[in-house]
Design a protein around this ligand. Structure first.
Ligand SMILES: Cc1cc2nc3c(=O)[nH]c(=O)nc-3n(C[C@H](O)[C@H](O)[C@H](O)COP(=O)(O)OP(=O)(O)OC[C@H]3O[C@@H](n4cnc5c(N)ncnc54)[C@H](O)[C@@H]3O)c2cc1C
Length: 330
């Protein structure tokens, strides 16, 4: 392991001052970063421990619910307000990792976790994300788990987070603190598609720190669900997942929220399907058509064409099941 200095931050200004140094990286629960340091894929000189900062979940008149970046994944998933108002988020977090990991992992670290592409983890393989310009062995390699939407010849890795798929569907905002002050970034704009620069995964600027996630109120809580298809029923990353929410008036769709995991370099908000469905009838045929429209731009690799059909069916089936949920109490 590359030698590093460990600096626990007492508060946000101290974290930002320490985080401004060259070679510094923020440390949450360490469940992802420390693994990557052991593999020498990440080689920070200074670890700025922010795990004791921003540990609250608060109601806010303007923003809805504010979840501090330091809140542990378990605490976020089991919080009463989260379970009542954003059950989709709670389900998505609980679908990820294991109980032990969720007890340690932070919300900020979950947002920033790196891809699980095998070629990224294998330093004998070529990886543009690890070493820009090196090439990508996944494109012609074993790519069953890789992206079908928004990928590029430079990178076909997927974003691994379950939580972020729910955040995308819920229209969450990431609040960041930095050397030039605070700014709010919609989660759908926070993670980037790979293009020619897959090593740049988010719009976070050097030294910036995730402070909180802001969740606006929504009308889909009562009819929402996170479904994850994976090779094992626990402790495995998604092949395809869907975060879905429906608001109905009779059989008419007033609002629909859809995002996919396991299919792209970022959590994939299914805007095409949402637009096709809004204001229309909540029927199985409409769900199938909207799902097919969303997947029309999918470009499969050698081993992952199955994901197109899987994602299409998963969207349609999840939405159909949501129409069968009991009418929400008024
Ligand atoms: C065996 C295993 C299985 C897993 N399975 C799943 C799964 O099925 N689904 C899933 O979603 N996840 C899964 N995970 C990933 C897990 O969710 C992440 O490791 C965890 O969420 C990362 O949180 P952390 O606080 O430990 O982050 P850390 O490891 O501390 O940090 C991760 C990254 O975030 C950065 N960071 C941390 N906090 C901040 C901050 N406040 N601001 C800016 N940057 C920050 C760090 O610099 C680092 O780059 C699994 C992990 C393991 C080890």
């Amino acid at each position: 392991m590359h030698p590093f200095r460990y600096e626990p931050a007492a508060d946000t200004p101290a974290a930002l001052a320490l985080g401004a140094a060259a070679g510094a990286k923020y440390l949450g629960g360490g469940t992802n970063l420390v693994d990557l340091m052991r593999e020498t894929i990440e080689r920070p000189d200074i670890l700025v421990d922010v795990s004791r900062l921003a540990g609250d979940i608060t109601l806010d008149d303007h923003y809805g619910l504010i979840i501090g970046a330091g809140v542990k994944n378990t605490a976020a998933a089991t919080d009463r307000l989260v379970r009542e108002r954003f059950p989709l988020l709670s389900q998505a977090i609980l679908a990820g990792a294991s109980g032990q990991i969720r007890n340690v992992a932070s919300v900020g670290g979950n947002v920033m976790q790196r891809t699980r592409c095998l070629y990224f983890f294998d330093d004998a393989a070529r990886c543009n994300k690890r070493e820009p310009g090196a090439g990508c062995d996944a494109v012609e390699g074993f790519n069953r788990n890789h992206a079908i939407l928004g990928a590029s010849p430079a990178c076909v890795a997927t974003h691994p987070s379950d939580m972020c798929v729910a955040l995308a569907a819920l229209g969450a905002t990431v609040r960041v603190d930095g050397p030039h002050g605070e700014r709010d970034i919609p989660i759908v704009d926070f993670h980037q598609l790979p293009g020619e620069t897959p090593q740049i995964e988010t719009v976070l600027r050097p030294g910036e720190l995730i402070a909180a996630i802001l969740l606006p109120a929504n009308g889909v809580a009562a009819r929402s669900s996170y479904r994850k298809v994976r090779d094992r029923s626990s402790y495995a990353f998604a092949l395809v997942s869907v975060a879905a929410g429906l608001e109905l008036e009779g059989d008419t769709i007033v609002d629909v929220r859809l995002a996919l995991g396991g299919v792209a370099h970022k959590p994939w908000r299914a805007f095409i399907a949402e637009t096709a469905l809004k204001g229309g009838p909540a029927t199985p045929a409409a769900f199938r058509q909207a799902a097919a429209a969303e997947l029309a731009s999918a470009r499969p690799l050698r081993d992952n064409a199955f994901k197109i059909d899987l994602a299409t069916r998963l969207i349609a089936d999840t939405l159909e099941k949501l129409t069968q949920t009991a009418e929400p109490a008024q």
